[in-house]
Design a protein around this ligand. Sequence first.
Ligand code: FAD
Length: 272
Amino acid sequence: MSDAIKVLDHGFVRLVDTMGDEQAIVDAARVSYQQGTQKTRNNRGLIRYLMRRGHTSPLEMCELKIHVKMPIFVARQWIRHRTASLNEVSGRYSVLPSEFYLPEKDCIKMQSKQNKQGGSEPVSSSIASVVQDVMKEGALQNYQDYENILQGYGVCEIARETARMVLPLSLYTEMYWKIDLHNLLHFLRLRLDSHAQYEIRVYAEAIAKIVQDWVPIVWEAFVDYKLEAHPFSRQEMDVIRRVFASYEGDGSVQGTPREVREFFAAVALKES
Ligand SMILES: Cc1cc2nc3c(=O)[nH]c(=O)nc-3n(C[C@H](O)[C@H](O)[C@H](O)COP(=O)(O)OP(=O)(O)OC[C@H]3O[C@@H](n4cnc5c(N)ncnc54)[C@H](O)[C@@H]3O)c2cc1C
């Protein structure tokens, strides 16, 4: 088992296990056209082709299992990704420890006017201090209430499943999480995006480092064709074609000859 990557104030991502590697992906892909493990083209070219064309099932041959500790409000966003398997600590079974997430001052932001789900500029340091104090005192008070309820105010023990109802969303929880590489990349594309909340984005960044070490060619293709690529609407494509109508290419389009051909075909330009 690997060392944990620290995330936020008390959280972490720890790699537990992986199944499969880039060879498993290309082996599975080559079965498609009945050529077994014969190397008809290099692995990098094939993986890039799969990513570019959305031929994703070979990526499902690889799986990642991690142990994650995150605030409950992050876990609520996380578990919306239904294509993973998970097992979370039970607040019915265990007394949950007193660990709460407290945002750094520069993470306490004004409500964005453009994005109703997000923040904009950090608030002033003095307001941020007040918010931090209120959050901290609130969490400690909630935890004190939790302990008091557990002890039934000295009369009788009260069930943990009931007592936990007073705990706040900032309390840390833990889970084991397992997902195949195709769905993991989908998770990362959504949660590395600047629109994702900062507190889940930092977990996605930690997982991205693990993926980069595990399957570097897949990661490179993912960044090129998914993460930093952008799908355009029909109307947007019309504008792009008009703008580039007289462009004949200057050799600056990067990629294999096939990729360059596909680019020129997409924007209906003459290849230089
Ligand atoms: C920035 C951001 C803001 C968000 N805001 C909100 C919000 O305000 N409220 C809210 O409720 N959620 C919100 N979400 C969650 C979001 O709507 C998705 O539920 C979440 O991102 C999981 O995406 P997914 O369904 O593609 O992933 P997964 O559940 O992992 O599914 C992966 C893919 O499998 C397929 N799939 C899975 N299940 C089904 C199914 N039942 N039927 C058909 N196809 C399926 C789909 O192709 C799907 O894309 C937000 C997410 C992000 C990233």
